[in-house]
Design a protein around this ligand. Structure first.
Ligand SMILES: Nc1ncnc2c1ncn2[C@@H]1O[C@H](COP(=O)(O)OP(=O)(O)O)[C@@H](O)[C@H]1O
Ligand SMILES: [Mg+2]
Length: 308
């Protein structure tokens, strides 16, 4: 495929409504060639809806959406031919073996016969599933199913790989196996757009990301820049919610957050406060650590549960 000149994905004022519900509300973002771009956000934020529009399975209500240089509403077949999609829910065929799941899917891309066999084997090897080639889907663990979904999304050697929560619910070994594969794909030139609930995953894999909430993008940037901008470099945690602690934090005019069990102190010069705070409230109940993306996420989207 001739590579598009500009961005691999470009969305301008992209919106999607389901009746009265605004699932995605006027978002702007662009994904550059060969980067890994992440969508983070609480349940119901609009991540999957966005992914479905990018992968041409849902039409936008309004706005402009271009993928691989083509409008998703005008040239969906072109886009689908050159992208790989790993949806949020596994939809493997339970009546087929592992390798037949790949071979049958390959037909959608006119990959048949020897080529389909070769490509399937190559991908099973790549995702660490070769030993399971003859197994049926219900014999696979959750991690294996997910790896097979990723393998399937790579059959057509996509220019753009789209993954909706590729590692949710997986054991650490499976997660790291998937990360390694994605890292390799990226280094070989694949552009990746993904959603995740795992902040370490986003920090590890994503060059840039957006945090969405209630259908809108609230921030975007590189993981490092977002942490620096919103949290500073370190956080002090105090495992106590005593009034005297809060009085002190207020008197010192510190930036903090209070939960039912902890105070979290952040801001520019947090590390320099450590000796005084540890001395005052006891090192055993205080901890100084690096600020991370999870801090940013919770600060911006709150700690309330989002069960949808
Ligand atoms: N097909 C649909 N019909 C009606 N509402 C939907 C549909 N798909 C998603 N929604 C709603 O749109 C909002 C965003 O959903 P979704 O994009 O799945 O969020 P996320 O993937 O961030 O958890 C939610 O309120 C969800 O209930
Ligand atoms: Mg989702």
């Amino acid at each position: 495929m001739k590579e598009p000149q500009g961005d691999i994905v470009k969305a301008v004022k992209l919106s999607k409504a389901f009746g009265a519900l605004s699932a995605v509300e006027g978002i702007d973002f662009s994904v550059e060639k060969q980067e890994c771009f992440g969508f983070l956000g609480p349940n119901g934020a609009g991540k999957t809806t966005t992914i479905k529009m990018v992968s041409c399975f849902l039409e936008p209500t309004s706005g402009v959406l271009e993928v691989l240089g083509k409008n998703t509403q005008i040239e969906p077949r072109f886009i689908k031919r050159h992208m790989g999609l790993c949806p949020q829910e596994d939809n493997l065929d339970p009546d087929l073996t592992v390798e037949d799941n790949l071979r049958v899917f390959a037909r959608y891309f006119d990959i048949t016969g020897q080529e389909a066999r070769f490509r399937s084997e190559e991908l099973l090897q790549f995702m660490g599933l070769l030993a399971k080639r003859k197994s049926h889907i219900d014999e696979l663990s959750g991690g294996m199913k997910r790896r097979l979904m990723v393998a399937r999304s790579l059959l057509n050697k996509p220019t753009l790989l789209i993954l909706d929560e590729p590692t949710t619910g997986l054991d650490p070994q499976s997660r790291h196996q998937i990360w390694e594969s994605l890292y390799k794909l990226k280094s070989e030139g694949t552009t990746i757009l993904m959603t995740t609930h795992y902040m370490d995953e986003a920090s590890h894999l994503c060059d840039r990301l957006v945090i969405m909430d209630h259908g809108k993008i609230i921030v975007q940037g590189s993981p490092k820049a977002l942490v620096k901008q919103h949290m500073g470099s370190s956080v002090i945690e105090i495992a106590s919610v005593k009034e005297e602690v809060e009085k002190y934090l207020k008197a010192e005019k510190l930036e903090y957050e209070k939960t039912s069990t902890h105070f979290f102190i952040y801001g520019k010069n947090t590390a320099s406060l450590w000796p005084a705070i540890a001395g005052k409230f006891g090192e055993d109940s205080c901890a100084l650590r690096m600020a991370n993306l999870e801090d940013v996420f919770l600060k911006l989207t709150g700690r309330g549960l989002r069960d949808v």
